[in-house]
Design a binder for this molecule. Sequence first.
Ligand code: LLP
Length: 473
Amino acid sequence: MVLTPISEAVNSGRQYLPALTTHTPSPNQCLLPLTAQVNSQDHLEIGGCDITNLIAQFGSPLYVLDEQTLRTACRQYRQAFEQYYPGESQVIYASKAWNCIAICAIVASEGLGLDVVSGGELYTALQAGVNPETIYLHGNNKSVDELHFAVEQGCTIVVDNWLELKTLAAWQPSEPLHNGRAKRPIPIMLRLTPGIECHTHDYIRTGSIDSKFGFDPQQLEPVFEFVSQQPTLECVGLHAHIGSQIFELQPHYDLGAVMVQWFSKAAQYGLSMQVLDIGGGLGIRYTESDDPPSIEDWVKGVCAGIVQACESLLLPLPKLISEPGRSLIGPACVTAYTTGSQKVVPDIRTYVTVDGGMSDNPRPITYQSVYRAVLANRMSAEITEQVTIAGKHCESGDIVIKNAQLPQIHPGDVLVVMATGAYNYSMASNYNRLARPAAVLVSDGDASLILQRETYQDLVRQDCLPERLTKEG
Ligand code: LLP
């Protein structure tokens, strides 16, 4: 990897370039993708592509996804599990972070499985050619159709509640199968609420007892008993997920120990489980003050917790599954906007508006998430201003970055917001009937569309005009 060396104490967009070191950094500790550099025109380049050229070619705003960063993160997870876990392991991509055909295909080609949470995500993964046996269906209110779709494909169902458990148990094996892949008995895992607290935003914390997800640990014994009596279900393991954007190692370390204890409890009901899924949750760097552990350190901590717990209970090591989403895809992508109008509110602030906002990145308005940006067409320009980057939506809260430190901005500049790969496109909307941006995959100077920009025609595609409202009707 060739990176532009960073001069000391740069007070410009260059400060966010990945550090020039002999070993590849953990992508989740970098603000810009690993291939980011500044070219001779002082423009930001990612994957060998000048961002200003990408905007000229594909339009604005634009998601730019760096293939090398995504593949590096996949490999770092897999290699770390191979190094630190003596048993079998599997990394599955939590595709809710960004589910589209190209991304599913890339992660599957790196040997990862997939976590899907809806029929739509499952359908997309299948269109990408992902082996259904490596797909796990999650969700706290799966429809009967979604359950049947996944079972018919041979996916594993991560059962969240009694209704789902009973629906699956009651599914008659005589029902016709569409493709013959369905397995008998149906492979399931049980999702538990582990009661482990972590420090993250309330909306993305899922492991505490007051959570809508999973079985309460108090109810576990009747669940184990019921499952043990179902010949059509094969309970292969247990699942828990404690939350997202977590920087501490301890909660995941504790989680392993708690889950191993439940394994031994399940054994008392004759359930011999082989799989332990500890969910996702590793955080990423959105600002220079964020300090997440590296992928390697996170995996090392998780594995140590489980190995120690198994040793102390004299249990064999289970197959260990982890489900990272954000830390795989988040750092691999940036969003490039074109700047427009500015408004100076004397003695208060200056607003600089971009051509997108909460429709392509709803995280600031939803979770008060903080991002950093660089001026992609003047990467070395000195940072002299504090401005608020506003979106173009009819909503005062549509602020992309409050109090951003940037060089002076002119209309038509290209502003790149960093680390936007996770939960941006996947949570995007058409608010104010804005068309969703395109996404390009960049690698070695090549830029390929992976998501087309929506058109006005796309926006009205689902609209229907009842006949009685037409002139003729
Ligand atoms: N497994 C399960 C069961 C999950 O619910 C999630 C995320 C993951 C894995 C992946 O977690 P990650 O590695 O990405 O932290 N929209 C929010 C995040 C919601 C997370 C939902 N579940 C955000 O933009 O911050």
